[in-house]
Design a protein around this ligand. Structure first.
Ligand code: ATP
Length: 209
């Protein structure tokens, strides 16, 4: 199993606006369960479902680099950062060479996974990727569980595309939306951010109303 996994790209994509300890801890769980495989922390430059300014991309990228600097297994990845149009997951999966017997492993929270069927070329995603899901909400995964094969051993998802593993490891109950709202209300957020990211935000007055 170990030799199969080392060759498989593992991607944790996000807006990371800002990156928080929920993302970091969740990515570390993935690496741990997949034999310490590196996890690409892939910044969505122009997420399809959200507006984002060039200024915001620069800050988000810098904060991502700061937050990953102490974590050997987490690798900031800017593959999607310079996409001029919306980020399309399938294009990234194809760039990374995802195929049936050597899939890309796409990591996401169940809130994001619940919308996967609306992603562009969902059927092709299923043929070229497997998914690793963190439970963080009560989002309905019924459709995904019909389309992907549920496995009990996380290492199995590396063997071929179209499989799904749902992690029950606890995740931190925090979102970037909550952090942005707290900062704008001048409430403390230090327990959810890497200290270097917090300093970066304070020095540049980010997210302040
Ligand atoms: P926002 O509140 O702005 O939507 P977010 O905190 O959910 O942000 P995103 O960058 O949108 O973060 O999410 C990237 C990925 O990280 C998604 O798959 C999301 O489900 C997952 N994620 C976000 N927060 C957590 C968390 N606390 N634990 C585990 N996964 C998380």
């Amino acid at each position: 199993m170990r030799s199969a996994i080392v060759d498989v790209p593992v991607v944790f994509g996000g807006t990371f606006d800002p990156i928080h300890l929920g993302h970091i801890e969740a990515a570390k769980v993935v690496s741990k369960l997949l034999s310490n495989v590196p996890v690409r922390m892939m910044l969505a430059g122009n997420p399809r479902l959200r507006k984002s300014s060039p200024e915001s991309i620069k800050h988000r990228w810098r904060m991502l680099q700061i937050a990953c600097a102490d974590e050997a297994q987490l690798v900031p990845d800017n593959t999607e950062m310079y996409d001029r149009c919306s980020t399309r997951t399938i294009e990234t999966i194809e760039k990374l060479g995802g195929e049936c017997t050597k899939p890309v492993i796409w990591v996401l929270g169940d809130d994001a996974a619940a919308n996967m069927e609306s992603w562009i070329r969902y059927e092709t995603i299923r043929q070229k990727a497997s998914v690793f899901i963190h439970k963080r909400t009560d989002a309905c995964l019924e459709r995904l569980l019909r389309d992907f094969e549920l496995v009990e051993n996380p290492l199995e998802i590396a063997s071929r595309a179209g499989q799904i593993y749902i992690s029950r490891d606890p995740v931190l109950d925090i979102s970037a939306t909550t952090i942005r709202a707290k900062i704008s209300r001048r409430e403390p957020v230090d327990r959810w951010l890497h200290p270097g990211v917090l300093t970066y935000i304070i020095e540049r007055h980010l997210y302040q109303a």
